[in-house]
Design a protein around this ligand. Structure first.
Ligand code: NAD
Length: 466
């Protein structure tokens, strides 16, 4: 048993920690597949035994119900561990690939190797999922790692520190708790990889620190994810799935539908449908419902209340300052220049915009930076293909919202300002690996045509390289 909790933001202590991890990594201890699998088993057992602490912490930090906490956090981590255990041997194998005729006699392999010592920094909104899913990938890929959970979900940060501290020695995996200053100190250390989940603003800070030392980065950021509902959509299902995606964690989800773009012929019907679903899920007073979440802090609560001025409230609009809760709210008549249409909302407020021509919908999405997710509800493959094919975004769903995040087989990540790189399942293994391209030459033959002494060199090379 080890108690490896670090609270120190002192550079020297962090330096010593990173150096210990690098020595442990260089010892080769983390390399074998057997070791990686053993650690994944340990992590799985620890998640099981810490489940009550994690559920309590998520309730305390974000008022998450056990169903939501298990389905969007703990269960996703367990599923990732299961998939990694099943496939890590195959993922880690060197792969033989073709060698061109110009290299006759040689053979080629792609050899995955761990990046080394990684730093994982996480946000507060899915504080278990977004810390432990990258950890699964880092373990599977054979790295050592330092984790920095968000100070804004303090109970979960504590629970994670306990879970990791009692399961792994600090030279292999360590949790450093703290806020922005601690992150800043960590970012000065000579890590081999930064894996950051959070806002585009802090993403830039991480990338700047990485640029100083040319450290590779994976950035999982956010943005405004549109949800487009065409006139031929199944509106009843669309309403249900939009409410599910928007109100999970009361909209504090990086891939939550940020705003609706609805064909004008079906807008009123969809708005009425959404109101009906909200009432079926949470009653006429959602704020009173025990499974309805709260806003993480006062600053975000105030920011969200401010958005209510940016349009006409078509539904909802109530809030409770004491409880930091805002009812599910539909806003109509918002200007594209308003704050609510320029900033990532990250709360239970949903602007509803309408379009008539497909071009208008595309232009509205493209007025903002490339989104992390996009959702399109339509019965027509022509319309869906046009939206998916023409608009750049990280990933998304057709006829659903947010659930693409829950599969370990799809890459999850953004594009441009919504992120760099992706993870989940094998994509996570790749994010924490370097792929060495290795050519093995034969000593039995040595064709002379590449050497300056060859009489026919140019003729042969021209035939081989064209
Ligand atoms: P944040 O960027 O404020 O904080 C994330 C982490 O960075 C925290 O651990 C925090 O301590 C640290 N940090 C804060 N300021 C820092 C600084 N100046 N220097 C170094 N580190 C610093 O993000 P947040 O508020 O925790 O999360 C919300 C944002 O994260 C939203 O934009 C959301 O879209 C995004 N997000 C993205 C994903 C994804 O998977 N792509 C998932 C969840 C959240």
């Amino acid at each position: 048993m080890n108690d490896n909790l670090f609270h120190a933001t002192e550079s020297v202590q962090l330096e010593a920690l990173v150096s210990r991890q690098q020595n442990y990594y260089r010892s080769g201890a983390t390399r074998s597949v057997a070791f990686r699998k053993e650690q994944l088993h340990k992590l799985r057992n620890a998640v099981h035994s810490f489940e009550p602490e994690l559920l309590n912490a998520l309730k305390q930090d974000l008022n998450k119900s056990p169903l939501e906490a298990y389905s969007t956090e703990i269960g996703i981590v367990l599923k990732e561990i299961r998939v990694a255990l099943r496939h890590v041997r195959r993922w880690s194998k060197a792969r033989r690939i073709r060698t061109p005729l110009s290299h006759i006699g040689a053979s080629s392999r792609i050899v995955p190797e761990p990046l080394g010592t990684s730093l994982i920094i996480g946000p507060w909104n899915y504080p278990v999922n977004l810390m432990l899913v990258p950890v699964v990938a880092a373990i599977a890929a054979g790295n050592t790692l330092v984790m920095k959970p968000s100070e804004m979900a303090p109970a979960t940060s504590r629970a994670l520190a306990g879970l990791i501290g009692r399961t792994f020695p600090p030279e292999y995996i360590a949790v450093v708790e703290g806020g922005a200053e601690t992150s800043a100190e960590l970012l000065k250390q000579p890590f081999d990889h930064f894996f950051f989940t959070g806002s585009p603003t802090v993403g830039k800070v991480v990338m700047k620190a990485a640029a100083e030392k040319l450290i590779p980065v994976t950035l999982e950021l956010g943005g405004k994810s549109p949800c487009i509902v065409h006139k031929d959509a199944n509106l009843e299902l669309a309403a249900k799935r939009i409410v599910y995606g928007k109100l999970t964690n009361v909209g504090q989800t990086c891939v939550a539908p940020d705003y609706l773009l609805v064909h004008k012929d079906v807008k009123q019907e969809l708005v009425a449908g959404i109101a009906k679903v909200v009432e079926a899920f949470y009653g006429t007073e959602p704020i009173q419902h025990p499974a309805y979440g709260k806003i993480v802090n006062e600053r975000h609560f105030r920011r969200l209340i401010g958005y209510l001025e940016d349009g006409r409230i078509a539904y909802g609009g109530q809030f409770d300052v004491e409880a930091r809760q805002i009812a599910p709210t539909l806003l109509e008549g918002v200007s594209l220049e308003s704050k609510v249409m320029k900033e990532e909302i990250f709360g239970p407020i949903l602007p509803v915009l309408e379009y008539e021509e497909t071009e208008e919908a595309i232009a509205i999405v493209e007025a903002n930076p490339k989104p992390l997710a996009l959702y399109v509800f339509s019965g027509s493959s022509g319309f869906r293909n046009e939206i998916v094919g023409r608009i750049p975004f990280g990933g998304g769903c057709i006829n659903d919202t947010i659930i693409h995040l829950g599969t370990p087989y799809l890459p999850f990540g953004g594009i441009g300002s919504s992120g760099i790189g992706s993870y989940h399942g094998e994509h996570g293994f790749r994010a924490f690996s370097h792929y060495k391209g290795m050519l093995k030459q034969s000593n039995r033959i040595d064709f002379p045509f590449r050497y300056p002494t060859s009489k026919w060199g140019m003729t042969i090379i021209r035939k081989l390289l064209r």
